[in-house]
Design a protein around this ligand. Structure first.
Ligand SMILES: Nc1ncnc2c1ncn2[C@@H]1O[C@H](COP(=O)(O)OP(=O)(O)OP(=O)(O)O)[C@@H](O)[C@H]1O
Ligand SMILES: Nc1ncnc2c1ncn2[C@@H]1O[C@H](COP(=O)(O)OP(=O)(O)OP(=O)(O)O)[C@@H](O)[C@H]1O
Ligand SMILES: [Mg+2]
Ligand SMILES: [Mg+2]
Lengths: 166, 161, 161, 166
């Protein structure tokens, strides 16, 4: 399994229009000036995987995820992110070479999840991701600034980190 | 519970020793504070950087602390693998030697799992097989794709508005 | 007490606007949460980066937050001056454009007060009038001095022990 | 007033022997590999100015400031730092072109302060520094990692920071 594409529409600075970011297998680097939208791309991935904490997504509340960067254009009514995975190794227990997860957040804070185009419950998705070891249970996504917090963990917290993984 | 924990601890410690040595050419290892009361005590990450005496990771330099944290995370990831990883500017406090070594380790790991790194450092980006450039234009983010790191010419600011 | 505070606040706000604009070409300013109960409320740092809408400094990017913090500190330092300042790797999360601008501002200020910066970035070090190189040898730190940034060739590790 | 020289002996990684670091007026950069001793040089300046918090100096306790980096050599019995200032503008209220402050910490945790070679009390020194606006009352020395903490100050903390300065 690997991530092949991130598609966003109306998500943070990534714009009101559909933005498609193809991703390759192997070692991928994202670069660009300060404030260009690199960490927002990471937030988009977490959001589609089911992240519900506004603090982790660095916004005051979830509806602030909707793009509000332009004066002229009407603010979009929702923020949507789709992740397309290559599933030829069938690590996601679904019989198809390509799996697309998507999540759309409406202005009222309600989220609609879908899997390969069909509506599904949030729990179904998180079970599926857990099976494929994709869920961001903490250490497969290291957010900006987190590395200094991990460096300053006291001995008890280091033990708890390992306990959490088992 | 005790046995499951100790099994994970030993595997993480073994991985940490390999990774720490690869990055620093020194040694790093984990120690349990109190073997008799594991769940009431902590875990120490001990280091011996080249040419230096052994020291607890809490009193090394800023960059050396980042190396300790990265070795710990990469060791845990090796023991509990995931199909893809994301690292957002974890190299900010590293000098060119250590950030280069980190990029080498991540490039090596990327055979098994997909690794996505956000970085501002040229020597790190140069080691990626695929580079995504992000820039702002007229109030929203745009994406540029490069086959290899050599083609990078990211427009700092497109003509605004 | 109220008047003394407001006088300082206004002078800091004025300085902040100048500094923030010099670094980003956008605008930054301070706002008092509640004019009627100043000592029970807070102060907001507002930003408008080029090409973007106004936004509170708590929801900008990592590098943009560093710019806000630096503008705030430099504004306070301008209002309450000291003969010398030390900055230890404050440029870690800045891209080359912003770190270059920061170095320009510090170089300008160094006419009035001595400014000592610790940095790993070549484009920042290049702007200093005097560079001190530090390296480890046989378990202790050594010092090299350079007249100008161009002469830098710091031995990464002298032959150990 | 500006700093002309930092002399250390037995202070953290700066070695058991006397190490003299000349500093120029104007804009000075300190650079070098990770773990080489850059921040320890900053700690040496703070220490000589009277900093007494082990946490700020990044050690478990003050006697851990004494150099312990070598197996062969005997650990020194004290850590000493001297700061030489150019005082031709007389901002430090002492009638001399050059002012040297020094502090020596013994293994028992006791500190001995001196001013131009003569023993003096810690309070006398801090008053003198306060007059010359040198004391590190918080914002003339920005330690490693502090910038992200300042960036994350909430509105109340920003107000308190200004209040503290007046
Ligand atoms: N809902 C939103 N609509 C539009 N823009 C937003 C929204 N939320 C945040 N932003 C903006 O997105 C911009 C980019 O943020 P991001 O954190 O992704 O930058 P970055 O590329 O990671 O930069 P850095 O290198 O400084 O970490 C910020 O300037 C922020 O103000
Ligand atoms: N009492 C001591 N005696 C000897 N060495 C010490 C002592 N205390 C700390 N050290 C060592 O000093 C070294 C340098 O630390 P310092 O924080 O100054 O590095 P730095 O140059 O700032 O590095 P970075 O770029 O990573 O921030 C560390 O490796 C640390 O283990
Ligand atoms: Mg970022
Ligand atoms: Mg340092």
């Amino acid at each position: 399994v690997y991530l092949r594409k991130v598609e966003t529409r109306g998500f943070k600075s990534l714009g009101a229009k559909l933005l498609s970011t193809p991703v390759e297998k192997g070692f991928v680097a994202i670069t660009g000036p300060n404030g260009s939208g690199k960490s927002n791309l990471v937030d988009a991935i977490l959001f589609a995987l089911g992240e519900n904490s506004a603090k982790t997504l660095r916004v005051p509340n979830l509806s602030a995820l909707i793009y509000d960067g332009s004066v002229e254009e009407q603010k979009p009514s929702s923020a949507k992110v789709s992740l397309q995975f290559d599933n030829s190794d069938r690590r996601i227990p679904i019989d198809s070479d390509s799996v697309t997860l998507s999540r759309e957040l409406k202005q009222n804070g309600e989220s609609i999840y879908s899997l390969n185009g069909k509506h599904t419950q949030r729990n179904t998705l998180s079970d599926l991701l857990e099976n494929a070891l994709i869920a961001s249970r903490g250490l497969n996504v290291v957010l900006q600034g987190m590395i200094t917090r991990i460096a300053d963990l006291v001995p008890d917290e280091k033990r708890k980190l390992i306990e959490q993984m088992v | 519970k005790h046995r499951v924990f100790m099994d994970a601890f030993e595997r993480i410690d073994r991985e940490l020793r390999v990774i720490f040595n690869k990055i620093t050419e020194g040694s790093g290892w984990l120690e349990i504070e109190n073997q008799d009361a594991i769940f009431d005590s902590g875990i120490f990450l001990m280091t011996q950087f080249p040419g230096k005496l052994p020291r607890d990771s809490s009193s090394v330099s800023g960059g050396e602390k980042t190396i300790c944290a990265l070795s710990f995370i990469l060791a845990i990831q090796a023991v509990f693998p995931s199909p893809f990883y994301v690292f957002d500017e974890v190299d900010a406090h590293l000098d060119s030697k250590y950030s280069g070594k980190l990029a080498d380790i991540l490039a090596e790991r990327s055979d098994r799992s997909q690794i996505i790194i956000v970085s501002l450092k040229d020597n790190v980006i140069a080691k990626a097989s695929n580079v995504i450039g992000v820039y702002m234009s007229q109030g929203s983010s745009r994406i540029l794709r490069y086959r290899s790191a050599m083609e990078i010419e990211i427009p700092n600011e497109q003509p605004q508005q």
